[in-house]
Design a protein around this ligand. Structure first.
Ligand code: C2O
Ligand code: CU
Ligand code: CU
Length: 505
């Protein structure tokens, strides 16, 4: 994590853009240099050396749905091999991805409440991996604890997911201690869509009008490879990123489902989009351009952990890393032929664009957005049996002369337990963010945000905090006893120790 002269020279030779060192030291967004972008995300911008495609020229696609290798009375069994593969992301160039089954995003797993999902992972990558189902209520032995490694070059592990939880947009991704940022960046992320009877009974858009949008940002080297400022790009030695990127790695190319700024033809009808921000460090403020002539651009029907009690209209969607928004967009409000661009109002130049829809044709639509979506019992302060406070900031610990990102001043260690909630109880956690934005994620236990504002309603597993923000969340510890982590989902912060344990007893 220290920037030695040798590393500096190597980076310069590799063509990475360097920002003023002061920015990295103060832990704020780089400003005043070639990297100036926006203060909305913690991180420094890495610029691509490769030629990026013009926005809205590449066709939109959806990751393939994985078929079970076999099924029995109550379980579907899947097999995934994690391996390196050469894929075409930028036209005419090859990018090596580390992917689930060699693709990025990985294949989508579709499950249903009442059936267990078992996924057997085989790791053919040269590094150890860990698989975490983000948003899953999973027993500790299958949750992907950061040191619960699947060995490099041939290791296997079977992850068992009871998935006794409401329908929701979940995702799975790498969680190897100290190396989650680079391993997710290389491609280890996929969607897991979970269904149940209550959701199925609603007249929401379905089939090819129920569409996941996994949004990521990346930067590319001249030859098309992903560029990422690892101290040790083999990911086998020293962890961490070079000095300027301590606050986060921001790419200059926005990809949806692995395609740079894709274009999608749609019918003039309602669509359900499951929006996931799977970026390492970038936050987005999404808007439609042009906005629809009447009504809200997006009708939110679901959050991280499933359906909302009732739909909520938004003209813009603010989405931090790892958050999910299930929204309905009604394209029948636009004349046929309209090009509707999904923009990111926190971005600049290329990162201000996400994708484009072309309203191509008329079509019938028997979907509807009901006024009531799900039964959600609102928790209240009086449900909490304990209160805890956690501050996420830079400071309190150093390593090799670098000030680390910490929780209550303590760097992550598998042996330190920060909280011991009792199974079946609700606790009030006060989460505070300092220096820069920190999206905070709690494994296993879903929570409700007190005074949620426009974007944090419903059951959540990740809450977006801007610098200086505090959120009070009511966390429900249900399901399983054992040791789990909670952490910042800025993956560079997470790798640089902004993570802690709780042990459900
Ligand atoms: Cu999505 Cu612990 O992570
Ligand atoms: Cu998680
Ligand atoms: Cu953070």
């Amino acid at each position: 994590m220290t920037l030695s002269r040798r590393e500096l020279l190597r980076m310069a030779a590799g063509g990475l853009v360097l920002a003023p060192l002061t920015a990295a030291c103060s832990g704020i967004v780089v400003s005043g240099g070639a990297n100036v972008e926006t203060e909305s995300s913690a991180g420094a911008l890495l610029r691509s050396k490769a030629k990026l495609p013009a926005p809205f020229t590449l066709p939109f696609r959806v990751p393939p749905v994985l078929r079970p290798a076999r099924s029995d009375g109550d379980t579907d069994y899947y097999e995934i091999t994690q391996r390196a593969a050469q894929v075409e992301i930028l036209p005419g160039l090859r990018t090596e991805v580390w992917g689930y089954n060699g693709i990025f995003p990985g294949p989508t797993i579709v499950s249903r409440r009442g059936r267990r999902t078992v996924v057997r992972h085989r790791n053919e990558l040269p590094v150890p991996v860990v698989v975490h189902l983000h948003g899953g209520r999973t027993p500790p032995e299958s949750d992907g604890y950061p040191t619960d490694l699947v060995k490099a070059s041939g290791g296997t592990k079977e992850y068992a997911y009871p998935l006794d939880q409401p329908a929701a947009t979940l995702w799975y991704h790498d969680h190897r201690m100290d190396f989650t940022g680079p391993q997710v960046y290389r491609g280890l992320a996929g969607l897991h869509l979970h269904h149940d009877d209550e959701e199925e009974a609603l007249p929401l858009p379905r089939g090819d009008r129920d569409v996941p949008l996994m949004i990521t940002d990346r930067a590319f080297d001249e030859d098309g490879s992903f560029s990422y400022p690892s101290v040790d790009p083999s990911l086998q030695g020293k962890p961490g990123v070079t000095g300027d990127f301590m606050s986060g790695v921001l790419g200059d190319c926005v990809l949806v489902n692995g395609v740079p700024w894709p274009v999608m033809e749609v019918t003039a009808a309602r669509y359900r989009f499951r929006v996931l921000n799977a970026s390492n460090a970038r936050r987005y403020l999404l808007a439609l351009d042009p906005p629809p002539p009447d009504g809200a651009a997006f009708t939110q029907i679901g959050s991280d952990q499933g359906l909302l009690a009732a739909p909520v209209g938004h003209d813009e969607l603010q989405i931090a890393q790892a958050e999910r928004f299930d929204v309905i967009v009604d394209f029948s409000r636009y004349p046929i032929g309209t090009q509707v661009t999904l923009r990111n109002k926190l971005g600049k130049d290329g990162t201000g664009d996400v994708m484009r829809f072309i309203v191509a044709r008329r079509g019938s639509d028997d979907s509807r957005i009901p006024d009531r979506l799900a039964d959600i019992r609102p928790l209240s302060r009086s449900d909490a049996v304990a209160e805890r406070e956690f501050t996420f900031e830079r400071g309190g610990a150093e390593h090799d002369g670098v000030t680390l990102w910490t929780v209550n001043g303590t760097p992550f260690s598998p042996d330190t337990i920060a909280a011991t909630p009792r199974l079946g109880t609700v606790e009030l956690w006060k989460l505070r963010a300092q220096n820069v934005p920190h999206p905070i994620h709690i494994h296993l236990a879903p929570f409700q945000v007190l005074d949620p504002g426009p974007y944090a309603g419903g059951w959540k597993d990740t809450v977006d905090l801007r610098s200086g923000d505090q959120a009070e969340v009511l966390v429900k510890f249900d399901g399983y006893r054992g040791k789990y982590v909670f952490h910042c989902h800025n993956l560079e912060h997470e790798d640089m120790m902004m993570m802690a344990n709780f042990d459900v007893r």
